[in-house]
Design a binder for this molecule. Structure first.
Ligand code: CP
Length: 311
């Protein structure tokens, strides 16, 4: 594991290895131990060309808890605004002898492009590219499920909403398929589901009432209007009326079903605030687990043997 760009094509043992490693880092994230020295002397660059609250800050915290130095590049005040290209930006940072780029970009494939051009000692971690992939989000989501449900066998998981524009949904579906859940459902209007979505290994539903029946996990998605570019944008009122997760609709799921959301949450659009803040919600636990998962991925990428005992 040198770069971490997508979950596609990875094996189940590697995903289990990342989660096991994250488990061992959980005590660090809970601050019983402040730091571990695994990345001492390394420099991690957070290169976020799109906005972020959770991903950027948990990567920063994770890097600091691994004892790395962290550079947060403010794109708005960087030379990007003067026309500097992505590759020139990367090459200039590389000349400062950095060791890792954590990249978020609106263009699908941007982290892969950077990975193809950096020096062999540098790792690139994808922190979300376009509508393509958000692999550490996918990993922290399945890590949360494993912690709360004890495993994946026999689980029915529903992913609800704007799957079409969601890099999170793609990475979640890849991870859940690799880990062998019983059933993955996607629930949403036809206009917000990818063409031939069934080929991803999911069952398709167009009503919450049918799709939530007997599920163990409900993963909500927001409407990603920033990626809709003139296409169909549903009215917020109509959308909540048809696809908003309410307490009443959640009664269709199993009594111990958990409610997840990668954030940011748009209350009253895809989810009722009472559900988002209710006893089934594990949304903030997902955020906490993001630190341990990102520590695991970064430490494996910087490990001389790739940290992959399964390779
Ligand atoms: N889940 C997620 O990617 O959130 P941010 O956009 O705040 O990083």
């Amino acid at each position: 594991l040198r770069h971490f760009l997508t979950l596609e094509g990875l094996g189940r043992p590697l995903l289990e290895n990342i989660m096991d490693r994250a488990e061992s880092f959980s005590s660090v994230t809970e601050q019983t131990v402040k730091k571990v020295p695994l990345l001492r002397g390394k420099t991690v660059v957070n290169l976020f060309f799109e906005n972020s609250t959770r991903t950027r800050t948990t990567f920063e915290l994770a890097a600091k808890r691994l004892s790395a130095d962290v550079l947060n590049i403010n794109i708005a005040t960087s030379a990007t605004a003067k026309g500097e290209s992505l590759l020139d930006t990367v090459r200039n940072l590389e000349a400062m002898h950095v060791d890792m780029f954590v990249v978020r970009h609106a263009a699908s494939g941007a982290p892969h492009f950077i990975a193809r051009h950096v020096a062999p000692h540098i790792s690139v971690i994808n922190a979300g590219d376009g509508r393509h992939a958000h692999p550490t989000q996918g990993m922290l989501d399945v890590f949360t499920i494993r912690k709360l449900k004890g495993g994946f066998a026999g689980l029915k998981v529903a992913i609800v909403g704007d799957v079409l524009h969601s890099r999170v949904a793609r990475s979640e579906i890849q991870a859940l398929n690799l880990l062998g859940v019983q059933e993955i459902r996607v629930i949403g209007p036809r206009t917000l589901l990818p063409a031939a979505v069934e080929t991803l290994g999911v069952k398709v539903f167009h009503t919450l009432e049918q799709g939530l029946e007997d599920v163990d996990v409900v993963m909500m998605l927001r409407l990603q209007t920033e990626r809709m570019s003139g296409a169909f944008i549903p009215s917020v009122h109509d959308y909540f009326a048809r696809f908003g997760l309410t307490g009443k609709r959640l009664e269709r799921a199993k009594p111990d079903a958990i409610v997840m959301h990668p954030g940011p949450v748009n209350r009253g659009i895809e989810i009722d605030p009472e559900v988002a803040d209710g006893p089934r919600s594990v949304i903030l636990q997902q955020v906490t687990h993001g630190i341990a998962i990102r520590m695991a991925v970064m430490s494996m990428a910087m490990s001389p043997d790739g940290g992959d005992k399964t390779a």
